[in-house]
Design a protein. Structure first.
Length: 364
């Protein structure tokens, strides 16, 4: 049984290897939330033909890349900022806004609180309620928005709950934030996995709300965390100019820029990914919903959150049982408002998902 207190991130395969003596190549990571199809075949085939781009500096404006992102996301090129992964952009926007008091919708990704705290700000959390299946009650939430807040951070769809806020409800939140002069960051890392992306996507709202920035990346949907390529979309031109004035040039290397130009055009890969995730999400949710030993929450991203109902079994126990068979799930007890009964895993290829379900059932 696990004696230490480590709760592993999807990128911590080296730590797993050291502690458990399992080669990282033999581990199937259901924790990283990365597209199981791997990288775009179009990008893979074409990238070698563009290898010589590393002999030159990238375009400081990243015009070709931003144009391609604009076509893909449905945003004007002047509203797009690119960065070294969405994590860098989170940091940049928080530094520029320099919030004294921020509200975060939780449980969620810890990097938001970390960046706000590093800048000297204070973080408050509005908890998504388990009794509502972690679905946001917008009317109740609006009561907590006031002039004392500078910043609101929302992950949509949310990690780890896999719940999402519809665009029509996001408008209601933005209207209230506009009234109280609150800036809003919406992290859409997982939006491309949503069953109906158009119903969740908030990019079009940046045309009407200058207190909004959307953050996205290629790590999850495009299975390219090593590229460190992210982008932001905002209609606030003053903020965009401010950031461009202060940010370092060439934060994206030439190869990553070209890769981005290629992957966003691979429509066959994009469609295949959405179909695979939709089918496996439906199958796995229906299967787990039939288990008396679990409470599962309807997912809208490429992963599912579950609460263990079986007496005497914790997320630590389940993690330990799964990793010894080469399957890495995520113990969610380090997320705010969740305890050692909650775990999360992402959807991989059908045969891998079936093997994990068999493994989990052995203990549950």
């Amino acid at each position: 049984m696990l004696e230490h207190k480590d709760h592993f991130h999807g990128s911590d395969l080296e730590k797993i290897e050291k502690i458990y003596g399992i080669k990282k190549e033999e581990i199937t990571s259901f924790s990283a939330n990365v597209n199981p199809l791997g990288i775009s075949p179009l990008m893979r085939a074409a990238l070698i033909d563009h290898i010589d781009v590393i002999t030159s500096y990238p375009d400081r404006e990243y015009t070709a890349l931003r144009t391609r992102i604009g076509e893909y996301a449905g945003a004007p090129i002047q509203n797009i900022l690119v960065g070294n992964g969405s994590t860098e952009l989170i940091s940049l926007f928080i530094q520029m806004e320099h919030p004294k008091k921020a509200l975060i919708l939780g449980p969620t990704y810890s990097e938001y609180e970390r960046e706000i705290s590093l800048g000297g700000g204070t973080c408050l959390y509005y908890p998504l309620k388990e009794e509502n299946d972690f679905i946001l009650d917008v009317e109740d939430f609006k009561k907590y928005l006031n002039e004392a807040l500078d910043l609101l951070v929302i992950c949509n769809p949310n990690n780890p709950t896999s719940t999402s806020i519809a665009q029509k409800d996001m408008r209601r939140i933005l209207d209230e934030c506009k009234r109280h002069d609150i800036f809003v960051i919406v992290d859409e890392t997982y939006v491309e996995f949503a069953p109906d992306m158009a119903a969740v996507d908030s990019v079009s709202l940046t045309r009407y709300y200058n207190n909004l920035v959307i953050l996205r990346g290629v790590s999850k949907f495009f299975a390219s965390p090593g590229l460190r390529l992210g982008y932001a979309i905002t209609g606030n031109m003053d903020l965009m100019q401010d950031i461009n004035t202060h940010k370092d040039p060439w934060t994206i290397n030439s190869l990553a820029a070209v890769a981005g130009e290629l992957m966003f055009t691979d429509t066959e890969y994009i469609q295949k990914t959405r179909e695979l995730i939709a089918a496996e999400r439906r199958r796995i949710y229906e299967e787990l919903s039939s288990w008396d030993s679990l409470k599962v929450y309807r997912p809208t991203a490429n992963f599912i959150l579950a609460r263990i109902e079986k007496e005497g079994v914790t997320a630590d126990d389940l993690f330990d049982h799964a990793i010894r068979q080469g399957y890495m799930i995520r113990n969610c007890s380090t997320f705010p408002f969740l305890d050692n009964r909650y775990f999360r895993f992402c959807f991989m290829l059908p045969e891998q998902n079936t093997a994990l379900l068999k493994c989990l059932k052995e203990m549950l």
